[in-house]
Design a protein around this ligand. Structure first.
Ligand code: DP6
Length: 324
């Protein structure tokens, strides 16, 4: 009753930004990401007869209270599915090159879902696993697969048609993503709270919902055609629109810091100088920059020189979950 699984994180090129059902996490729009090889989580789940509650260790430290609640709540779903009433010891190791302050909920819940279902004896296919993972953290359902992945929002209220599907494998297209880590980062509004506030109060949210399905259809074609300029332009514009919705929320907020904007300006400047590079930003101040392998030196150097940038970590397209 023990299993270990590894999952990689992913970066959304078309964002998931809003839920139509909070308890089982159904999104308001379909979205698309690229799984990255640079950041991963390895999780071991061991169900044991002699435990009277779940015990969660993150990077070898025992986690209590609020921080372990989401993990335990997720295991409750797994126990219900399996019809078994046993507690588990969970060991998660986050492989993030430094104390980068990157969110790990995508790789975290994908690895937890894979390891826990295997340990308890459930035999799920990738689609069923994606549906279950989605209920831990929305973006995590995409990390079941490698390469370019679409999370189809579905229509049904029970969530049975809301899951991720592969669009193109990691070997389809060798593009790079530089994660630009800022020295002073403070995430004040979680993605969960941020998207809720935006859906409930931002008058700009309707515009987001109107445009995003078009962005998604166009970017899928661009990815299949390996059209980098088109892919980058759509991803960057979609990111800008997502962040614009937060400015209309009540109270308004932004994830950007001064260094975030300096990085964005540098990326746009690189393009003017003839280097095809595009940015995207999730629910925090760090920036991810898309570029082609032949421009690696120039892009890395340029990003590292920006005041307030702590580190630049390069990823390639990564693979889906694996069992160790
Ligand atoms: C901005 O998946 O972290 O990164 O479903 O509430 O756990 P929950 O949210 P989460 O949200 C990610 C939001 C985003 C965009 C994206 O990854 O698509």
């Amino acid at each position: 009753m023990k299993a270990t699984a590894k999952a990689h994180t992913n970066i959304a090129l078309i964002k998931y930004w809003g839920k139509r059902n909070e308890p089982i996490i159904l999104p308001t729009n379909s979205n698309l990401s690229l799984t990255l090889d640079g950041f991963s989580t390895v999780t071991t789940v061991h169900f044991q007869d002699d435990l009277s509650s779940d015990e969660f260790f993150l990077n070898d430290k025992f986690v209590e209270g609020e921080a372990s609640k989401r993990v335990i709540g997720f295991l409750d779903k797994v126990r219900t599915m399996a019809g078994k009433d046993m507690y588990a010891r969970i060991h998660s190791l986050n492989h993030v090159p430094t104390a980068a302050g990157f969110a790990s909920s995508a790789s975290g819940f994908a690895a937890l879902a894979a390891a826990s279902t295997k340990a308890i004896g459930l035999e799920l296919d990738d689609r069923e696993l994606s549906i279950l993972t989605r209920q831990g953290s929305g973006s995590a359902c995409r990390s079941i697969f490698g390469g370019f992945v679409e999370w189809q929002m579905g229509e049904r209220e029970d969530g049975s048609d809301s899951y991720a599907v592969p669009v193109a494998s990691k070997d389809h297209w060798d593009i790079r993503v530089a994660a630009v880590v800022l020295s002073a980062t403070e995430k004040k509004v979680s993605s969960r709270d941020g998207m809720r506030r935006t859906v409930e109060t931002s008058p700009f949210y309707d515009g987001w919902l109107q445009q995003t399905p078009k962005d998604l259809e166009e970017i899928k074609t661009a990815i299949i055609d390996k059209d980098f300029e088109k892919t980058g332009n759509i991803a960057e514009a979609n990111c800008m629109r997502m962040h614009a919705t937060t400015l209309g929320a009540n109270p308004p907020f932004t994830y950007w810091q001064d260094t975030t904007m300096r990085v964005m300006q540098n990326v746009q400047q690189m393009r003017e100088e003839g280097i095809p590079a595009y940015f995207t930003i999730d629910a925090g101040p760090n920036v991810k920059v898309l570029y082609l392998p032949e421009d690696e030196q120039k892009v890395k150097q340029r990003l590292q020189q920006i005041t307030g940038v702590e580190e630049v970590i390069v990823s390639k397209p990564g693979k889906g979950i694996s069992y160790l």
